[in-house]
Structures are given as structure tokens and as C-alpha cells.
Design a protein around this ligand. Sequence first.
Ligand SMILES: Nc1ncnc2c1ncn2[C@@H]1O[C@H](COP(=O)(O)OP(=O)(O)OP(=O)(O)O)[C@@H](O)[C@H]1O
Length: 256
Amino acid sequence: MTESLLTATKLHKNFGGLPAVNQVSLTVAPGSITGLIGPNGAGKTTLFNLLAGSLRPDSGQVVFQNQPITHLPPHRVAQRGLVRTFQVARVFSRLSVLDNVLLAAPEQLGEQVWPLWFQAQRVAQQERQLRNTAMEILDSVGLAAKAQDYAGALSGGQRKLLEMARALMTRPQLILLDEPAAGVNPTLINQICDCIQRWHQAGLTFLIIEHNMDVIMSLCEQVWVLAAGKNLAVGTPTEIQTNPTVLTAYLGTGEE
Ligand SMILES: Nc1ncnc2c1ncn2[C@@H]1O[C@H](COP(=O)(O)OP(=O)(O)OP(=O)(O)O)[C@@H](O)[C@H]1O
């Protein structure tokens, strides 16, 4: 049996009596880049919300690193090493790019009153370390030159890179990326893919929702397919590309 970093078992979520996610199961192998695809409304984002704690399932379980996380709130899930980004990147527009990344750092001593009073030097040293780490991460996603710019001045694609940088700053094991290539120009899509591959080589695991099949097929080792809230198929990119059920339900619709 393959070892699993994340296991969702029979997750179920109704909205207004209708199932958005209907008894869905999924596994993510450690060190993998795993894809999650499906037509519009298939339940992909709802599933992400259930995995990352933004939504509570009506039933089913989520296990991460062999620990149940089903009913933990998002910040507790993030503390365990599982973070997500959003379809429309969420950044603080009026803060600098660097401050956006710094805000994502866990356990900052400066946020606690006592250390601030009694351990000023330690706080200053930690802040220097955090700034260095944040700059290294910004460099790795290609945004170092924009560190002092307002986040609001970034393009949509650059915001996605910034969101990824913020996720990386939490020192995760697994990042859930919600449509990293949506609305992004081809040059920046390549930059985002390079960035994912570099962090993957450094040991990070990714689960990626994406409508851009070239991105999914070039990055992912395994692809899960949802349709109408249910598991439809799972396999390698090649298996998925040639699976007639998938072609009918998804690729055959011409939706990208
Ligand atoms: N908060 C909500 N309240 C009611 N219905 C919702 C809510 N969120 C999602 N839905 C419904 O659940 C279903 C699944 O939506 P979801 O956004 O998870 O699909 P998706 O696969 O991510 O779609 P897309 O590819 O278009 O982003 C859809 O029918 C959607 O309208």
C-alpha cells in the first residue's frame, strides 16, 4: 500500500440540501505533485475548503500526517503543515510585498507582550532572520525585486506568486494551490510552474486544482477527477487523458 500524506475518506458536504461534495475520497502521496481536475461546479474548491478547515464536512474524515484534522479550524490545520492558496489570490494590497510575506510567518515573538519588553534583542534578531527568510522566499518565486512595492501594484499572476510565497513562509509540508494558472499570462505561468517544481524538488508536496491541462499534465504524477461532486477517476496524466469517462465528462465538454 502506498504511504499517504493526506487522506480524505468519504467527505460529504451539502449546500441547501444539494451535495457539492458527495462521498469523495482522495489521497496525496508524500513528495508528490497531485492534480485535482473536473468541470466547473464539480466540487473541487469545496473539497479544498473541507481539507483545509475553512468548511466543516457533514460527514467523512481528513487525516494529515497520520493525524485526524477533520474538525480543526484553518489556522490549526496550517500549524500542522497544510496551507492553501485561493483561486483569486488574497493579498493585503496596501502593504508591501515583503510585509505580506512577513505577516504569514508563524510564532512571531514580537506579537507577544512579554518577550517584547524583556527580550528586545531576541525579538530584533528573530525579525532579521524572518526578513532574510522572507527575502529568500521572494527570490525563489521571482519577486525579490518587488519586495518594497505595494502588493496592490502586482499583476494577477504576480499576486499568485506572492500568495505562494506567503504559504511557503508558514513552512508547510503540503500546499493546496487553487488554479495557480487561471488568468495568468503564459510567461508567468511558466514562472509559476518552475517555482512549483523547484519547491517540489526541495521536498514540498502539492495538490493542485487547475483547468489548464498543459499545466496539470506537465506537473502532476497523479490526477484525481471529480464530476458533479463525486469521484470520477484517478490515474496518471496519460491514463486520465485517455480515459473515455473523463473525456466525456470533462475534456469532451471543451471547457478549459
Ligand atoms: N457557499 C456555497 N453555497 C451554496 N452552494 C455552493 C457554495 N459553494 C459552492 N456551492 C455549489 O457547490 C457546487 C460545487 O462548487 P465548487 O466551487 O466547489 O466547484 P468547482 O469544481 O471548484 O468549480 P469551478 O471549477 O467553477 O471553480 C456548485 O454547484 C456550487 O454552486
